[in-house]
Design a binder for this molecule. Structure first.
Ligand code: ARG
Length: 576
């Protein structure tokens, strides 16, 4: 809760208790009718019911004792017993000043935990596509939110870098580049790049599917790799590196940061021991030649099939690797929470993995959370495709948005530093559009709307920050400096009250793993700033003290907005 509301709540609680009333239900919440009050308390109604007294009488008694407090301009009772309070200018001024002075703008620190956040999750030799956008954008924002709350956060990309897909590639490349055939001839730079890997992979995959003999070769090479054959390992290592380097460019475009770049391969050595242990403890069971863990529970609303640990041919699976990864994370990092930011369509997979992990005792004292998300859709409401019906690559989407931002800048005629500006605006547009939708809902990728400077968009919010920066520049030029905050006008009051609610937005975003709470908040705040600026000229005010106070308010708004955007992973350009 915001410090301001918490303060008022303490005063309310004291007043309820002074009259001998039960104060457990006392809350100070934003007023429903801001023209009448800043905050309201609704506790008198349920209390009246409980102790058989008219709620209005209770509210009147409490209001009477609050009226003397310097924190309030007015305390009124309305309707059946709402207590409406209007805060005093001095209380608002103090709250605004202390929030402005706080680097985190009032975000409440939480008891620190170690949290692993698993996001991104691309597969080696495949380009990042539209499906990775949400994981990267949401994951990065959640990473920042958790850090801001004071946690130790470890971001890990969980690359798909193992298994048959790697065997397929390794079995194909030496046919194209004979120097790869033995381990001797290519100590220098690899002969292939990501573009070539990307083109080769689907071709081999199709060939393997069509021809069992070709598939048998791929499987044999996979087995050789898994047995640790040196030449295969070297080639695998190179493929992984070339691929990760290319993918890192996309991570960087989105400002997604990873503390660890581990993949499925890392934990393969742990799997035999893990399986033996699960078998020995009777947690894993044979089932038609395969090895499974039963995870169905009484009361399941839909069937939860057993987790498949090992196929009848002895191959380990996606879920096996996730279990082993959890062991690795537990033993190395000792997290109290592991958060997986992965497509909602993998919900069943995570349900199985989490339950299996609990049964196996791999997650004692740990919270396992699947933060699922919906699809990015085209205008037809179906998962987004390129014009020719293919899967859109991530960089194409970003380039599209950046290109449109560029066109807007060109229209304005001021094209200085256009590359950096177009980039900052285009990326912000994409991120904000993604983060302003509750994660489990899909949304339509509409780059024209996203880059607009009007409406609920990233550029609209960025623009509010840029505007304040230019007010500050003009103030500096005119010798106006920020002064003590004196809240007088309604728009000033509204701005301060909304700034004070920033910590609530952050707390709720963290609790629900829902950065849209912060995106919505940032949009509301940008609007509140606009209203303030329209009603309360800063440099145009006649009285010097008013100019100073309003300049401080504008800077407070910028501080909070910048913090909010920072948590969304959105940068504010110097100019737009
Ligand atoms: N590579 C996976 C995919 O493309 C996503 C990995 C998500 N993380 C995890 N721990 N399973 O579907």
């Amino acid at each position: 809760m915001s410090t301001l509301a918490a303060h008022v709540e303490r005063l309310l609680v004291r007043a309820f208790e002074a009259h001998g009333f039960d104060s457990r239900g006392v809350r100070a919440v934003p007023a429903q009718r801001p023209e009448l009050a800043d905050l309201q308390c609704n506790a008198a109604m349920p209390l009246g019911g409980a102790i058989q007294r008219p709620p209005r009488e209770i509210a009147e008694a409490v209001a009477a004792s609050l009226r003397n407090d310097a924190a309030f301009d007015s305390v009124e009772v309305a309707g059946p017993g709402f207590i409406n309070v209007r805060l005093s200018a001095s209380l608002l001024g103090e709250a605004a000043t202390s929030q402005w002075a706080d680097v985190r703008a009032g975000i409440a620190p939480q008891p620190p935990e170690t949290i692993v956040i698993d996001f991104g999750g691309p597969n080696v030799a495949k380009p990042l596509h539209v499906g990775h956008l949400r994981s990267l954008v949401l994951g990065e924002s959640l990473r920042r939110i958790l850090i801001a709350q004071g946690h130790r956060v470890i971001g890990d990309v969980h690359l798909g870098d193992w298994g048959l897909q790697m065997g397929m590639l390794i079995s194909e490349l030496p046919a194209i580049w004979p120097e790869l055939r033995d381990d001797g001839g290519w100590t220098a730079a690899p002969p292939f790049d990501m573009g070539q890997l990307q083109a080769i992979y689907p071709r081999v995959a199709a060939a393997c599917k069509a021809d069992p003999a070709r598939m048998a070769v791929a499987r044999a090479v996979t087995a050789k790799l898994q047995a640790g054959d040196a030449a295969s390992m070297r080639l695998w290592e190179t493929i992984r590196r070339v691929s990760l380097q290319a993918q890192s460019v996309d991570f960087a475009s989105l400002d997604a940061h990873f503390d660890e770049l581990n993949g499925e391969s890392r934990v393969q050595p742990l799997i035999p021991g893990m399986i033996a242990d699960l078998r020995a403890r009777g947690i894993a069971q044979d089932s038609d030649g395969a090895l499974v863990i039963e995870v169905a529970q009484e009361g399941d609303d839909s069937p939860v099939p057993p987790l498949l640990l090992e196929k009848s041919d002895g191959a380990a699976l996606y879920a096996t690797t996730d279990l082993a990864t959890l062991l690795d994370r537990r033993d190395r990092l000792h997290p109290s929470r592991v958060v997986y930011v992965v497509d909602q369509r993998q919900a069943l997979h995570f349900r199985q993995v989490f339950r299996a992990a609990k049964r196996a005792g791999f997650a004692d004292g740990m919270d396992l959370v699947h933060v699922g998300f919906g699809t990015v859709n085209g205008r037809d409401g179906k998962p987004y495709k390129t014009r020719d019906g293919g899967v859109a690559q991530l960089h194409e989407l970003l380039d599209d948005a950046i290109g449109r931002a560029r066109a807007r800048i060109e229209e304005s005629g001021d094209v200085d530093d256009i590359d950096a500006r177009a980039r900052a605006i285009g990326i912000a547009a994409v991120k904000f559009a993604d983060l302003s939708t509750y994660r489990t809902s899909g949304y339509v990728f509409d780059p024209d709307r996203m880059v607009s400077f009007e409406g609920r968009t990233g550029p609209y919010v960025q623009y509010a920050c840029v505007r304040i920066a230019s007010i500050l520049d003009r103030a500096t030029a005119q010798g106006v400096v920020p002064g003590p905050i004196e809240v007088a006008e309604a728009a000033e009051r509204a701005l301060v009250l909304l700034c004070a609610r920033f910590p609530d937005a952050v707390a709720s975003a963290a609790l629900r793993y829902a950065p849209n709470d912060i995106a919505d908040y940032a949009y509301d705040l940008a609007q509140a700033f606009s209203r303030f600026y329209a009603a309360c000229p800063v440099l145009g005010a006649d009285v010097p003290a008013v100019r100073g106070s309003r300049l401080s308010l504008a800077l407070l708004a910028r501080h909070v907005l910048t913090q909010a955007l920072e948590l969304l992973g959105i940068r504010v350009p110097a100019r737009m």
